[in-house]
Design a binder for this molecule. Structure first.
Ligand code: ADP
Ligand code: GLC
Length: 478
């Protein structure tokens, strides 16, 4: 089966978060299910430059204010259709933000163009290739479903995956004509969203099926507390909404073959992690302490990720004899707060403010525990990497974190099935208690090793999720 995936980022070409990991991993995962996934990506400089073998399949003299082409080719093992529209995408750096750190002022047009072309492809724009199904990701591709609806022509069915309901793509109503949408679309049963145009809202209304990246998040977003004003709409979509957990690329994340680690290991050679721990402590200027529970954070430094709670719980972490290593970027005040904490606690707290994949691998390969205290988490990928690397995840019991970690409750410990520590509700005192529990478990080496091995035996691959996406596509295409 031929499927078109439409996304605004894909690892390793362009990445700001887990969306890129997923869009980059799905094609290979689905190949084993007999699905050929080609990915429509914006022609950012990093994308056009990496195309090995470009073939122009389509040209337009004017797409939202400039010339555009669709160029087919491969890059980093991905089969791409690149929307080359220099007036919209020939800008390097972050795909959404300008040099001033603010959203590009024309983001509505940029991602409407992506969605517009995705919809045309679903309607048979190319004589040479007509996908049986279209899979759009997040608000940047969501308007595709609205175009299909208002065009009213024959088209392939469309799945919309929500990776994060907090990012909704909301723009002023004056843009409606420029987006090529009919005046009548500005309605409750349409693209109108609290007086604006809502790209994600429109997609949620018109997509044939909606998935999100974990079953628990699929349930949470149908409640007022976590629905970010879209819960009513989502409840109304009934059985069209479901949750499919993400996997991780188990070749990129493989402790037994990871060239970014000083020492490689598997579940039978956990002692080899000691060398990684030493390198990690050196990298973060932490004391070369062989027994302190070493907690790691690999995260966007934002409120969503609960990073303020880590700062608040730091005293307890230190009182338990722990060390903390933080890798991340994000909110400027939080970056500064972590730098200050490192300065106040030399040898005990270290931080690397930045985006660095090699350091992320070193942390997974050498830390004892990974803290993920998110206020909400659609799926979360770092806890999946942690499980695979024998780093024990300490997580908030929300979204995909609830679905992927088995809490070390007395019952789970007795049954020998625990893989981590969960806490709820998401509050500082609960995180503190989780840190205390993790530190106590760490003082019982046999118990700890058991959790590490259970985590490493957990299937975090794309195998099962790929099967679910493939059967969803098949269901839709009959
Ligand atoms: P989100 O997409 O909400 O940020 P996810 O857990 O789904 O969260 O995905 C985050 C991805 O980005 C993971 O692959 C993680 O390893 C990676 N990551 C996040 N911050 C950094 C960083 N500072 N350096 C390297 N990798 C990072
Ligand atoms: C979003 C979510 C994260 C999820 C990722 C990939 O960035 O915040 O929880 O893992 O998308 O689906």
């Amino acid at each position: 089966m031929e499927v078109l995936s439409v996304a605004s980022e894909a690892y390793p070409l362009v990445k700001t978060g887990g969306l890129a990991d997923v869009a980059g991993a799905l094609p290979a995962a689905l190949r084993t299910e007999g699905v050929r996934l080609r990915t429509l990506l914006p022609g950012y400089p990093a994308v056009t430059a990496s195309l090995a073998d470009g073939e122009t399949l389509w040209r337009a003299a004017d797409l939202f204010g400039g010339a555009a082409t669709i160029v087919a080719g491969t890059a980093a093992g991905l089969e791409l259709l690149v929307l080359d529209a220099p007036h919209l995408f020939a800008r390097s750096g972050n795909p959404y933000l300008g040099p001033d750190g603010r959203d590009w002022p024309d983001n509505a047009l940029r991602f409407a163009a992506l969605a517009r072309v995705g919809a045309w492809l679903a309607q048979g724009l190319l004589a040479s290739w007509h996908p049986a199904c279209v899979h759009a990701h997040d608000w940047q591709a969501a308007l595709l479903a609205a175009y299909l609806h208002y065009d009213g022509t024959a088209h392939s069915p469309c799945v919309l995956t929500v990776h994060n309901l907090a990012f909704q793509g909301v723009f002023p109503p004056s843009l409606l004509p420029a987006l090529g949408l009919p005046a009548a679309s500005f309605a409750l049963i349409g693209v109108e969203y609290f007086g604006n145009i809502g790209f994600l809202k429109a997609g949620l209304l018109f997509a044939d099926r909606i998935t999100t990246v974990s079953p628990t998040y699929a349930a949470e977003i149908r409640t007022p507390a976590d629905g970010m004003a879209l819960d009513g709409l989502l409840r109304g979509r009934g059985a069209a909404v479901s949750g499919i957990l993400n996997g991780i690329d188990c070749e990129v994340w493989n402790p037994a073959g990871d060239k970014l680690l000083p020492a490689r290991y598997d579940e039978t050679r956990l002692a080899a992690r000691g060398a990684n721990r030493q390198a990690l402590q050196a990298r973060f200027a932490l004391a070369a302490d062989g027994t302190a529970p070493l907690f790691a954070v690999i995260s966007r430094l934002t409120l969503q990720k609960g990073m303020d709670l880590v700062l608040e719980a730091l005293a307890v972490l230190l009182a338990e004899g722990g060390q903390l290593a933080v890798l991340g970027t994000g909110d400027g005040a939080m970056e500064q707060a972590f730098r200050d904490a490192a300065r106040r606690h030399p040898g005990r707290v270290g931080c690397v403010i930045g985006y660095d994949e090699a350091v992320a691998h070193l942390m997974q390969g050498g830390a004892d525990a990974l803290l993920v205290p998110s206020r909400f988490e659609p799926c979360g990928l770092t806890q999946l990497c942690a499980l695979r690397y024998g780093t024990v995840p300490v997580v908030a019991r929300v979204g995909g974190l609830a679905d992927t970690v088995i809490d070390a409750s007395p019952v789970a410990l007795a049954a020998g099935v625990a893989t981590g520590v969960q806490f709820a509700p998401v509050a500082t005192e609960m995180l503190e208690e989780a840190i205390r529990r993790a530190a106590a478990l760490h003082r019982a080496p046999a118990e700890w090793r058991r959790m590490q091995r259970n985590g490493m035996a957990t299937d975090v691959s794309w195998r099962d999720p790929a099967r679910r996406y493939a059967s969803l596509y098949r269901e839709l295409t009959g």
